[in-house]
Write a protein that binds this ligand. Structure first.
Ligand code: HEC
Length: 239
């Protein structure tokens, strides 16, 4: 009976030009999936990826960074987090970090139920094609942005960060603001000391503290931790 039913169904499918999900569709997917997995396993066995250094909980300057192909995830949260805080939503971080990604993934699973349009040619499905291209473009954008941000920190020597972020206020040797005074946008005057010999006046810890939670009218520049460490290292050598 069941055989017959299946047979009947198969005929019906054939005459309507529809491919049944099982076994035609799913079986093929499984074969491809297992082949890919097996290939990967064999490759990994003969060409094992090296491990990084063991985790060091005492290394607080450690910059967690994903492998480049996940930069887009990190950068999405970096950029998203920035605008989130601009919108004053910092105490709703869980919406950005949890709810939005989970809803996004749920939506992926829901696509076959929402989009039941039988047309298979891409050009006849502008909405889905558009969404897909938008997704790919977004991943490309956030990856590129992530590479840029990463390279920015790696490539920018402390001396460059000093020039772009500090020397409008501070004197550094013959460079920078040699007047010893700086006028803030609100009209208030502050008196940034020269940093030329700061390494003989301040310990690395004191320099770090001034950068992370500045006192005396110096603004908090919101430097990324890696930049702070570059600067602490460089400045404490300026004796
Ligand atoms: C808008 C002006 C301004 C900018 C920009 C600025 N600072 Fe300052 N900085 C100050 C002022 C004012 C002080 C003096 C604080 C005080 O009186 O205790 C100061 C103090 C310091 C000190 C302590 C120096 C000492 O001798 O007491 C360090 C170190 C320092 N800044 C480093 C930096 C670095 C590095 C940057 C760039 C990443 C930077 N500052 C950017 C205004 C600025």
């Amino acid at each position: 009976m069941e055989e017959e039913l299946h047979h009947h169904k198969a005929k019906e499918y054939q005459s309507s030009g529809v491919v049944p999900f099982w076994p035609e569709h799913l079986l093929k997917e499984m074969v491809v999936g297992f082949t890919a997995l097996l290939t990967l396993a064999i490759f990994a066995h003969f060409n094992p990826a090296p491990l990084g250094p063991p985790a060091d909980p005492g290394d607080w300057a450690f910059q967690p960074a994903p492998d480049w192909y996940f930069y887009f995830v990190q950068n999405f949260f970096d950029v998203g987090g920035y605008y989130w805080s601009v919108l004053g939503l910092t105490n709703l971080d869980w919406v950005l970090m949890f709810l939005i990604p989970v809803l996004g993934i749920a939506l992926f699973y829901a696509v076959p139920f929402i989009d039941r349009y039988p047309e298979r040619r891409l050009l006849k499905r502008p909405l889905m094609l558009g969404l897909m291209l938008f997704g790919i473009a977004s991943i490309g954008y956030f990856t590129a942005n992530g590479v840029y941000n990463h390279d920015y920190l790696v490539a920018h020597e402390p001396i460059n960060i000093l020039q772009t972020s500090c020397e409008n206020c501070h004197q550094m040797g013959n460079a920078g603001n040699t007047s010893g005074v700086y006028r803030l946008p609100d009209g208030q005057y502050i008196y940034p000391p020269p940093l030329t010999h700061v390494g003989s006046i301040m310990s690395p810890d004191q320099i770090r503290r001034q950068l992370v939670s500045p006192v005396g009218g110096m603004p908090n520049l919101g430097l990324p931790p890696a930049a702070v460490e570059y600067l602490v290292n460089y400045l404490s050598q300026q004796k």
